[in-house]
Design a protein around this ligand. Structure first.
Ligand code: OXD
Ligand code: MN
Length: 591
């Protein structure tokens, strides 16, 4: 940051200037810095973050352009219990969200924010969610006192003056305020005011709580706007499948946090699939809108990946290993004496000694993990070797298939296809998954996570299901809907499916179904592949019996499943679309 740019707005938008002025008066920062998003600015901010001890520059020979960050140990994941949807009445937020009246939440947060930036800099971070010029793209402005947030927003979004250019003199932007305060869990709130297109996050510096373009705008506020404006904001990756003859098919897939969305979006097909390619459009969020040709078009509103590090290696995600070998911010992994990084599940042996994510000495004998299970990389999508050129296309890509999936040790087969759109919505609405480290608490328990949106839906989940059902009327050629589960285990607790690159076999069946090329058998739960239509070639040692075990539908387990689904349906009963109740009845009738 240079003296000349300090305090100098790079917009003349009166609404923006007035709002920034109000926040400056409230938070009382020593100085205000307006980000322009230039390379020179990034260089200067990185140097400043290193000087202040916020980042450590990693070994430039091993990890050029990479930096290391440690968060406060009390602040390592999203806090769903501190995340609020502040609509005028509680019913609009629904029973799956925490709620507080906007007036009360504003008063509480203004109290906490007042004077909180004394001695600090307030950064004005203008950004775009979506490619410039796309009808789906939204403008956000985040005011933050965290240089780590500024640097991360510079990776995760199209950040800088271009956002002010897209906004012009209008007032259609998301107002985001982030105050770190003393990073104490008692003073941690992530509050959304959908009716005001506003987010206020205080008391945290963890990405999912504070990079306000991501979960807050792109999903919670986005889903609210999507219902009003006739589109869908979803917790989905987007990938392009290229067949050897050049045919491209686009798929969107919803999985709960830390269930392998990034790995699937960057997958390399196995050797038996010569000539097939997977291209990444997005790894976490999809905005989808019907196009003039009657198909559903999707964009990835983000410009970078905020991925889970542990378990990333040259088998699970070789493209990610290349992606994060340069220009990456690592948060809460382990730091080796030669300024390299390490994590559980990385290729090669563990270092003899290093500092763990808390900064304590760690050796392979230590009981604690060296990297936090939710440690993250922040890397620009431009560095993904398989980034689809369409990722920057303002029109988006036409989606042929939507996949829902969870982490389930039992009951759920590797893959099945819904009978139609409403049945597909039912599959998404009843999704269950074993919880992971991406959110605080409960890891391992199965919880219902409809469309992987439980923590991200900005309004009543029953209305959200209704919106999904209604969307069918606006999509002449709807995507086919599938359900997958890579995580089914046998009685001995071993995974039944090899996963990773071999998931290409499932993707190929899905692509072939979309193009009317693959056979399927009808079962009570949906259409399933048979060993003739599912490609098992070049998977040595994997037998047809194993495939059948993987696809087995166990009546007992399904009865239990339907009962478990009821819990969520009962919670949402006042706004649950009747179509979903009928789907449940039909399922019972078929089993
Ligand atoms: C994420 C999450 O960081 O879902 O993407 O928690
Ligand atoms: Mn996510």
């Amino acid at each position: 940051m240079t003296k000349e740019t300090l305090g100098r707005p790079n917009t003349s938008n009166k609404t923006v200037l007035k709002w920034v002025d109000e926040i400056v008066k409230l938070c009382k920062p020593d100085q205000v810095y307006w980000c322009d998003g230039s390379k020179a600015e990034r260089k200067a901010l990185l140097a400043e973050a290193v000087e202040k001890g916020v980042l450590i520059k990693l070994n430039p020979k091993k990890l050029p352009g990479c930096y290391y960050h440690r968060s406060n140990p009390n602040d390592v994941a999203r806090v769903e219990q501190a995340t609020f949807i502040c609509t005028e009445n509680q019913d609009e937020a629904g029973p799956t969200n925490n709620w507080m009246a906007p007036k009360d939440m504003y008063a509480k947060l203004r109290g906490l924010a007042a004077g909180s930036m004394r001695g600090r800099t307030l950064y004005v971070v203008p950004y775009l969610m979506g490619p410039p010029g796309s009808p789906l793209t939204k403008v956000g402005i985040e005011l933050t006192d965290s240089i780590y947030v500024v640097l991360s927003m510079g990776v995760m979004t199209r950040m800088g003056t271009l956002a002010f250019e897209q906004l012009g003199e209008g007032d259609g932007f998301n107002r985001g305020l982030h105050c770190m305060l003393d990073v104490h869990p008692d003073r941690r709130y992530i509050a959304h005011f959908p009716q005001d297109n506003t987010v206020i996050s205080v008391g945290s510096n963890y990405g999912g709580n504070v990079l306000l373009g991501k979960k807050c705008l792109a999903l919670r506020i986005g889903s609210y706007l999507g219902r009003q404006e006739g589109w869908l904001a979803e917790h989905m990756l987007i990938l392009g499948v290229e067949a050897p003859n050049g045919e491209k098919t686009y798929i969107a897939a919803a999985f709960p946090s830390a269930c392998g969305k990034t790995n699937l979006a960057m997958m390399i097909p196995p050797p038996a699939f010569k000539g097939w390619k997977i291209w990444t459009i997005g790894d976490d969020i999809a905005w989808m809108k019907p196009g003039p040709d009657g198909r559903l078009y999707a964009i990835n509103p983000e410009a970078g990946y905020f991925g889970v590090v542990p378990g990333t290696n040259s088998k699970s995600n070789p493209n990610a290993m290349q992606l994060i070998s340069h220009d990456t911010i690592y948060t809460n992994v382990a730091l080796t004496p030669d300024l390299d990084v390490w994590w559980e599940g990385k290729d090669g042996p563990a270092p003899k000694e290093c500092l763990d994510w808390r900064g304590n000495k760690w050796t392979p004998e230590s009981k604690e993990k060296a990297a936090h299970p939710n440690s993250r990389f922040t890397a620009p999508m431009a560095n993904n070797p398989m980034l689809a050129p369409e990722a920057n296309d303002p029109h988006g890509v036409p989606i042929s298939a939507i996949i829902f999936g969870g982490r389930r040790s039992d009951t759920i087969p590797l893959v099945f296809q819904s009978f139609n759109w409403v049945h597909g919505v039912y599959l998404g609405a009843t999704m269950g998954s074993e919880m992971t480290a991406a959110a605080v608490g409960g890891a391992g328990q199965v919880r219902r996570d409809p469309m992987a949106m439980l923590p991200f839906c900005g309004y009543n989940m029953g209305d959200y299901f209704r919106h999904w059902i209604n969307m069918r009327k606006h999509i002449k050629y709807p995507p086919r809907i599938f359900h997958v589960n890579w995580f089914r285990k046998n009685a001995q607790g071993h995974f039944l499916w090899p996963g990773f690159g071999e998931n290409m076999r499932v993707i190929k069946w899905i692509v072939d179904r979309c193009h009317g090329r693959a056979d399927a058998d009808e079962t009570p739960i949906g259409w399933v592949p048979n060993p003739k239509s599912f490609d098992l070639n070049g998977l040595p040692g994997f037998t047809v019996e194993q495939f059948e075990q993987l696809q087995a539908i166990n009546e007992e387990e399904w009865r239990r499943e339907v009962l478990m689904q009821d819990e969520l349906f009962m919670k949402l009963h006042s706004r649950l679309p009747k179509e979903l109740i009928f789907q449940r009845e039909l399922l019972l009738a078929r089993t």
